[in-house]
Write a protein that binds this ligand. Structure first.
Ligand SMILES: CC(C)(CO)[C@@H](O)C(=O)NCCC(=O)N/C=C\S
Length: 190
């Protein structure tokens, strides 16, 4: 497999599974056969689950305030548009219940949801739901996941685990190895 230079936009939202972001990004930037250029966008809630110092130094990180550092006046770049144009693929890992709901309804009130709202649907968008089992089993969840899949987004489904809060059931984010393998497969056939 030759060197791949592939622009990957990772979005993290406010599930406790966001504690896996450092290992996910390390797995993606350590890949020898692939050269993924990785950028990370975060919701405010995602910041509660890991420390930015744990991330590979080459990963550029953007949050809601980044939007207002790049846009000051007419003619300035609009970050959520520029990131969408830059990326070959977007992966939302973890996708929390709140952001899933916002996406399904077209709400765009932060950098992550503005980026998905303006996403070029000809490019792959993968999403990894992660939430408490009780939230996963709420009837609205299946409807919202179905909406995203209807638009062509690809689900990497949650798995059953004894969750960090002690409940056992479906809701844990897919294993990092599964997410990485899915990204590699999808990036090599685009
Ligand atoms: C955190 C991790 C990866 C540890 O194995 C696993 O529990 C998980 O994905 N949980 C996400 C589900 C969640 O957001 N639970 C919130 C309340 S239980």
């Amino acid at each position: 497999m030759g060197k791949h230079s592939y622009k990957l936009l990772i979005a993290a939202t406010g599930s406790v599974a966001a504690l896996k972001i450092p290992i996910l990004l390390k797995s993606l930037t350590d890949e020898s056969s692939y050269t993924f250029e990785v950028r990370l966008i975060l919701t405010e809630h995602a910041k509660n689950f890991f420390d930015l110092s744990e991330l590979p130094p080459e990963v550029l990180i953007y949050d809601d305030k980044s939007e207002w550092e790049t846009w000051k006046q007419r003619g300035d770049p609009v970050l959520h548009i520029e990131l969408g144009k830059w990326a070959d693929m977007m992966v939302i890992a973890p996708l929390d219940a709140n952001t899933l709901a916002k996406m399904a309804q077209g709400i765009c009130d932060n950098l992550v949801t503005c980026t998905t709202r303006a996403w070029d649907m000809t490019k792959p968008l993968l999403f990894c739901p992660a939430m408490n089992t009780r939230m996963w089993e709420h009837p609205i969840t299946a409807k919202q996941v179905a909406s995203l899949k209807e638009w062509g987004h690809t689900e990497i489904p949650p798995i059953s685990k004894t969750l960090i809060c002690g409940d056992t059931g479906v809701g844990a984010m897919a294993e990092v190895s599964v997410i990485v393998d899915t990204i590699k497969k999808r990036s090599s056939n685009t």
